[in-house]
Design a protein around this ligand. Structure first.
Ligand code: AMP
Ligand code: ZN
Length: 313
């Protein structure tokens, strides 16, 4: 062991420094796992106020609200193709299903500090990776869409296995989503209107923002091609706000056009019998709150009056 190593000051990243500030201010609470944090009442007040603001901007569209729990049926998850694209992010729920002698083994393993998880078996539940995943099979079950298509308003805690010291990259976080299902024209018009609205809404909160074409973190070599294709065809846009880095701003809202991907996978049909197209706009609730704390400071009473009025007026 290098005895001098302890004298070298550890250079913390800007992200880690911001995380420390959030802990020190009592806005987030450390749980011992990167990306898994307790939230203060103040943090939750900001999330609630932002949630209401989203409703104000999108409320007239009369979306159907559905709140799914943060778990999706494993059978549906398997069919969704998530493991083809993002196996590195998925989280499955496992549980002890043994008998008494297995229980003795489990306790002995725990006692010895050895790996006790070999006793765990997969349940029927997988953690939801994005709020819209449980929606498509639910809509498919209702039969063909009405002529105007459908619009849903979802919110769910989501899980992604991407542990990080960046407070904006959590493992468990909330996503609100509007999901439009219908003809290509209906779905594209929805995404266009939210690209405008999203910018107007976030600009009203006094944060610097840009919108850029983006791609999902598809796994592996084949994934690189999928990511390039997604960018080239403009299927994903993100609204970015600098949170921990000016050079690499954080995606706080996403605007995704899936074309007929989910319509074909789940056999969702329009009133004309065509495969439905889908698009979703996702709001990263924690990321927006963190962007507001970053730009307006830890004390919400000291935030600019115009911003407070928008959120709590
Ligand atoms: P995505 O499906 O990756 O476009 O995610 C939808 C939205 O969820 C993004 O625009 C982010 O605001 C938010 N989000 C994605 N990943 C994370 C994460 N690891 N931690 C916090 N928020 C996230
Ligand atoms: Zn979605």
């Amino acid at each position: 062991m290098n005895m001098h190593a302890r004298n070298i000051p550890v250079q913390k990243s800007a992200a880690e420094e911001f995380l420390d500030q959030l802990f020190d201010a009592g806005i987030l609470f450390d749980t011992g796992v990167d990306g898994l944090y307790g939230r203060s009442g103040t943090f939750e007040n900001v999330i609630k106020a932002f949630d209401n603001l989203v409703t104000k901007f999108g409320g007239d569209d009369n979306a159907t609200p559905i709140h799914f729990p943060p778990g999706i049926a494993r059978r549906l998850f398997e069919k969704s193709g998530y493991m083809k694209s993002f196996p590195q992010l998925a989280g499955t729920v496992h549980s002890f299903m043994g008998g008494e002698s297995d229980h003795c083994t489990l306790l002995a393993e725990l006692e010895a500090g050895s790996d006790w998880t070999s006793q765990q078996a997969a349940t029927e539940v997988v953690l939801t990776p994005a709020a819209c995943y449980p929606l498509y099979p639910t809509v498919a079950k209702r039969g063909p869409l009405p002529a105007g298509g459908r619009l849903y308003d979802l919110q769910s805690y989501c899980f992604r296995h991407e542990p990080s010291k960046d407070p904006a990259r959590m493992q468990m976080f909330r996503m609100r989503e509007f999901v439009r299902i219908g003809s290509p024209e209906q779905v594209r018009a929805f995404r266009e209107s939210w690209l405008e609205r999203g910018q107007e809404m976030m600009a009203s909160l006094g944060v610097p923002l840009t919108v850029d074409v983006a791609n999902d973190p598809f796994f592996g070599r084949a994934g690189k091609m999928m990511a390039n294709n997604q960018r080239d065809t403009g299927l994903k846009f993100e609204l970015l706000i600098p949170v921990t880095s000016e050079e690499k701003p954080t995606a706080c809202l996403s605007f995704n056009y899936h074309q007929n991907h989910f319509g074909s996978l789940w056999d969702i049909r329009t009133s004309d019998g065509e495969e439905a197209h889908t698009a979703c706009v996702g709001f990263g609730m924690e990321r927006v709150a963190l962007a507001l704390f970053k730009h307006h400071g830890p004390d919400i009473d000291a935030w600019p009056k115009a911003v407070r009025d928008i959120l709590w007026g």
